[in-house]
Design a protein around this ligand. Structure first.
Ligand code: ATP
Length: 220
């Protein structure tokens, strides 16, 4: 049985509730897309789901909305940070100073998959927005695990590239929970859509069970 991650909970900040009555579970093979206008609570729900999965001991890869990259460091070194908690401090320190060949080769294969291989040794601060976003995805892919939690992970790339990246996500992670603002991309990727509106979950169902009008109402 799939364990509930959230059960009729209120999520928010301090005394301010953002979402109330939220229940959420994540079954094997599910790709959940969160939809809703800006400020609806997508990041809030993602953060709560991430926290609960981690508390259950699941290996979760995270792509935060602001990417949380170290600008002065190279794409390679930022990607390597996806596995910092697999190793001790000495390994991490020496690997950041002089990355081990096997780790470099592993990251390079991921960067090739993401069309970012030529940038491997460039500092992140010198990259375009889309390249930075793909670096954050590379760090998540290098981390790997059962679940990806990602906040607008393809917002800075064009539609075609975004669809290709979402296909890579689907291939690499058994389960994912992703906030997207492009409804077309969401429909192409999701096995389940969660719509947020008015401080609550407006729908949580397979895409074919959600009427276009219900999706439009999220943004009205
Ligand atoms: N750290 C925080 N402290 C207090 N309030 C916050 C914090 N983060 C978000 N909020 C508030 O919570 C509400 C939901 O924000 P959230 O970031 O979850 O929305 P979102 O749907 O992800 O929006 P966007 O699409 O713009 O990223 C907003 O009103 C926001 O101002």
């Amino acid at each position: 049985m799939t364990r509930m991650l959230l059960s009729r909970e209120t999520l928010g900040y301090g005394a301010t509730a953002v979402l109330t009555g939220v229940s959420f579970a994540l079954a094997p093979g599910e790709r959940v897309v969160l939809l809703g206008r800006s400020g609806a609570g997508k990041s809030t729900l993602l953060n709560a789901v991430y926290g609960r999965l981690a508390a259950q001991g699941k290996r979760v890869a995270l792509v935060p909305q602001d990417h949380a990259l170290v600008p002065q460091l190279s794409v390679l070194r930022n990607a390597l940070m996806g596995r910092l908690d697999d190793h001790g401090a000495l390994y991490n320190l020496t690997n950041l100073i002089r990355p081990r060949q096997a780790d470099r080769a592993g990251v390079l294969a991921i960067l090739q998959d993401l069309g970012l291989a030529p940038e491997i040794d460039r500092a992140v601060e010198a990259l375009s927005g889309g390249q930075k976003q793909r670096t954050a995805l590379a760090r998540a892919f290098w981390r790997g695990g059962e679940v990806l939690v990602a906040d607008e992970p393809v917002s800075a790339v064009d539609e075609t590239q975004g669809a290709a990246l979402l296909a890579r996500i689907a291939a690499r992670f058994d389960r994912s929970v992703v906030a997207l603002h492009d409804v077309g991309q969401a429909l192409g990727f999701a096995t389940r859509l969660v719509g947020l509106r008015g401080g609550a979950v407006a729908f949580d169902a397979a895409p074919e069970q959600v009427a276009p009008a219900e999706i439009e109402a999220l943004y009205a």
